[in-house]
Design a protein around this ligand. Structure first.
Ligand SMILES: C[S@@+](CC[C@H](N)C(=O)[O-])C[C@H]1O[C@@H](n2cnc3c(N)ncnc32)[C@H](O)[C@@H]1O
Length: 275
């Protein structure tokens, strides 16, 4: 379950797999609601927790050629460009790219956007075209993340890095429910079925969204993520589990869960020179 979204219960019929076409359908149909969610500040986990942590994990991006993979309407691409990176954003959804281009037209930052599946991007660029690749909550939504990792690996320079955020595998479980006290306050998060992995339907049903939709995603254990990462020829530099500060929670009390438990995980990966 994403912080603030819901996974269809494990009792519901789950798909065996999904493909790029289904991702396009879901993210095209969600494009305008996503734009509103991101830009209105309603996605406070992004603006307060995982977004700033992803950016700081990238380090100094000034002058770097960065590929933002699964860029959506370009929120993170713009964060990178504002820090001096030369950014290209790719996304499989033409409607998301349309919205990203509207931002670029209104406030140009020199970002190039292209409609591309990450899994097929290797053939579309020269090897070594980028110094850094990023993915803001996008890799878990890809139908073939192994192919996406391998493609990005080819597009990076020798010591290139891939820095991505995902829902935390330890708390994004199939069964997940807050145990509440009599006064309704949260006592503990009950988590189960950690090892149930595979395709999931994410139900974007929170009240703070202007409309609701479902999107396909993969749930993975930490072991599965690390296997995919190693097989694609990356090594882990570090992981980061961002959490909000007390001041942030005072401003936005809903963030409290992310201070008690890890809701997001950032992988900081570098091309393995032995592969
Ligand atoms: C949760 S959204 C995140 C978007 C954006 N990174 C952000 O932070 O707002 C996931 C995005 O991944 C994109 N996506 C899914 N599969 C993809 C693929 N194979 N290649 C490129 N983008 C993909 C979707 O179209 C969607 O825009």
């Amino acid at each position: 379950m994403r912080a603030g979204s819901q996974i269809v219960s494990s009792a519901a019929k789950l798909p065996d797999s999904f493909d790029d076409r289904e991702s396009v359908e879901a993210w095209d149909s969600a494009a305008d609601a996503w734009e509103e969610f991101v830009e209105s500040g309603a996605d406070y986990y992004r603006t307060e927790v995982h977004g700033p942590a992803l950016l700081s994990t990238c380090g100094d991006v000034r002058g770097l050629r960065v590929l933002d993979v699964g860029c959506g309407q370009g929120w993170f691409s713009r964060q990178l460009a504002l820090k001096g990176a030369q950014v290209t954003g790719i996304d499989i959804s033409s409607r998301q790219i349309e919205n990203a281009l509207k931002h670029e037209e209104r406030s140009p930052l020199g970002i190039e956007y292209r409609i591309e599946s990450a899994a097929e991007s290797a053939g579309l660029w020269k090897p070594g075209s980028f110094d850094l690749a990023t993915g803001c909550m996008s890799f878990q939504d890809m139908a073939d993340v192994g192919a996406a990792f391998a493609a990005v690996r080819e597009l990076l320079v020798e010591n290139g890095r891939l820095v991505i955020s995902v829902s935390h595998p330890g708390t994004d479980t199939v069964h997940r429910e807050w145990e509440l006290s009599d006064d309704g306050s949260r006592l503990a998060l009950k988590i189960d079925r950690y090892f149930d992995t595979g395709p999931r339907t994410v139900n974007w049903s929170m009240e703070r969204l202007v409309s609701h939709w479902e999107s396909p995603a993969w749930r993975r254990t930490l072991t599965e993520w690390s296997k995919l990462i190693a097989e694609a020829g990356f090594v882990m530099r570090r992981m980061n589990e961002p959490r909000p500060t007390r001041e942030q929670i005072a401003r936005q009390p809903a963030l409290e869960d992310a201070a008690r438990l890890p809701m997001f995980l950032i992988f900081d990966l570098i091309c393995d020179d032995r592969s």
